[in-house]
Design a protein around this ligand. Structure first.
Ligand code: ATP
Length: 568
């Protein structure tokens, strides 16, 4: 078994370097050292995750639980821990200080220190897993006991990374790209083979273990599996869609539905539905499960589509209606089931044991059509999105107008020869829709409201993402556009994410929640660390189908800013 010390030392070393190549080398060295059985764990740990994102397992350790565990392990009062965090600004540095202090006292007051066995990577994982699985009465105690064990068994440096890992933020800037390259380097396999293995498994832990065990050959045997969701292929907005269509010669045009993206896994009679964020949302969509059972004629399949809420006449209703269902994961209210849902399928990635992502769009579509059966009476509940292949720009315009008239968002323009590229946003899927710029931004701070809204969070500091530094950069504050129900919902969502304490009425919030924000203009501003500010920002909706790292980037803000300057 590999000691957690190796892992903590790698984190420590990476924290001191800024070059991506050096970081990759350090990660590669770690992957080489770790036993193959523990490699999946270490691979996820180094990317700040305890469980693979696709698994849906939630660690669910909040800051207060962590403070209690640290307090019990060290004997320091929770208030003192909180005040230390306000000074250091980081849970990891705080844990390090607290445990160093404890050690010092032990050295002073006891003549010898008990020799402790070293913590292994597996042990850390098991403690986290036991904590995450505890539920019901007495679960807090179980969680605290397991975390406390980790803190009492670790060195101060290990505690630094255990506490950050508990919040799934190592702050060392290692993401999927670095780990993918590190696997290639560590086990001398080509990066494109690693990339393909990642696309089909969606799990770098599995990929790393296969590369270590059997190199390229083992990687090539990896494939898509039912109930292990793959990332969704994404689309791009094109600055000149006509030119792109001309370049493709012919493009596949489909209506773009405004609903919620769903990835459907069917195996026999069992149906599982994953959201855009790959969360298992099966429980909120029992009617969709029935539709799939009834109309998808395949022993096993993975399908891609959009679930749309429709009114009595079959016209699409607001996207909000579907998302509301996702949010109430475990308890779909009757009245929500009353909103009829329509499933529009537009892709297929797996059929009866065969992985289809390396087929062209045209070939995949044939497979899709062959396994979806919709009779006339049911055409309202399921359909394969109509597709027209054309190079004629006037035809494209006509379909686009029709789509808008029918109440949809616009059209998708796809390359008929393109493969399904999980997680990729590129020129093979383009969107054409009326322009209304909004930004998806992450809540990083909050202020309580006043008067009637004194017990609700009334104002939200929002930030864009900088993928180069993995930091969230503030760009403004939003307090308008929200009704009471939305304020209540957001207050509930954010209460568990408060970090540190209050400074000048503002609470720091762990970056987890994404909001879609409309605005009048982007200005340069020294008031926020992004260097930009939004004029008249207004809340549109909660984007809980997006992860914080998928928020708009500072680079995009820069581009929108310059486009705006050109228009003036
Ligand atoms: P992003 O910010 O990633 O672009 P978005 O959720 O705003 O996210 P768009 O990029 O505007 O989405 O459009 C892509 C989305 O459009 C898909 O994720 C899917 O949910 C939806 N969609 C509707 N119809 C189709 C279709 N025929 N083909 C592909 N996607 C479709």
């Amino acid at each position: 078994m590999t000691s957690f010390r190796e892992f903590a030392e790698t984190c420590q070393a990476i924290e001191k370097i800024s070059s991506t190549i050096e970081t990759t080398n350090k990660v590669a060295d770690l992957l080489k050292k770790v036993d193959v059985e523990e490699l999946p764990l270490a691979t996820h740990f180094i990317m700040s995750e305890v469980f693979p994102a696709w698994s849906g397992e939630q660690l669910g350790i909040g800051t207060s639980l962590l403070y209690v565990s640290l307090s019990k392990a060290s004997g320091m009062a929770i208030q003192s821990i909180e005040s230390l965090i306000r000074t250091t600004g980081d849970i990891g540095d705080t844990a390090l200080l607290i445990l160093k202090e404890k050690r010092k006292n032990q050295v002073t007051f006891s003549s010898f220190l008990e020799e402790q066995p070293e913590l292994s990577i597996t042990e850390v994982y098991h403690r986290f897993k036991t904590a995450s699985e505890a539920s019901g009465k007495g679960s807090q105690e179980v969680k605290v006991r397991n975390l406390q064990f980790l803190f009492t068994s670790s060195t101060p440096r290990e505690a630094k990374y255990i506490s950050r890992l508990a919040l799934e933020e190592l702050r060392i800037g290692v993401g999927e790209g670095v780990v993918r390259d590190a696997i290639a380097k560590a086990f001398s396999v080509p990066a494109d083979v690693v990339e393909h293995a990642l696309m089909v498994t969606n799990d770098l832990g599995i990929v790393a273990a296969a590369a270590k065990k059997g190199g390229v050959d083992a990687l090539k045997t990896l494939g898509i599996e039912i109930n292990r969701p793959i990332k969704m292929m994404l689309s791009q907005i094109s600055p000149d869609i006509d030119a792109d269509i001309r370049a493709m010669k012919e493009a596949a045009i489909e209506w773009k539905f405004d609903g919620a993206r769903v990835q459907i896994h069917k195996s026999g009679n069992s149906v599982t539905i994953f959201s855009r964020k790959l969360e298992n949302v099966t429980n909120s969509l029992p009617d969709l499960v029935e539709i799939v059972r009834k109309h998808v004629k395949a022993e096993s399949a993975i399908l891609d589509g959009e679930a749309v809420a429709v009114d009595e006449n079959g016209r699409p209703k607001a996207f909000q209606e579907i998302l509301k269902r996702f949010r109430r994961k475990y308890d779909v209210e009757e009245k929500m089931l009353g909103i009829p849902i329509q499933l529009n399928l537009f892709d297929i990635m797996y059929l009866n044991g065969r992985t289809l992502i390396d087929l062209s769009l045209v070939e995949r579509r044939k497979e899709l059509e062959s396994c979806v059966e919709s009779s006339v009476e049911d055409s309202k509940s399921i359909c394969v999105d109509k597709q027209v292949i054309t190079g004629d720009l006037e035809v494209v315009e006509k379909i686009y107008r029709e789509a808008l008239r029918a109440g949809h968002e616009g059209v998708m323009v796809k390359n008929p020869n393109s493969l399904y590229s999980p997680g990729k946003r590129g020129k093979n899927w383009l969107k054409k829709k009326p322009l209304m710029e909004t930004l998806d931004l992450v809540v990083v701070g909050a202020e309580w409201g006043f008067g009637r809204r004194a017990n609700l969070i009334g104002s939200y500091s929002v930030a864009c993402y900088d993928p180069e530094t993995s930091r969230f950069m503030q760009i403004g504050k939003v307090g308008t556009g929200l009704n009471d129900e939305q304020l209540k919902e957001l207050t509930e969502m954010l209460s568990g994410l408060m970090e540190g304490g209050e400074a000048g009425g503002v609470f720091a919030i762990r970056p987890k929640v994404v909001l879609e924000i409309a605005f009048e203009e982007i200005q340069k501003s020294p008031n926020y660390n992004s260097g930009f500010a939004l004029r008249f920002p207004r809340f549109i909706r909660i984007r809980d189908d997006k992860d914080p790292e998928e928020a708009d980037t500072i680079q995009r803000i820069g581009r929108v800013y310059s486009q705006q300057m050109k228009r003036l």
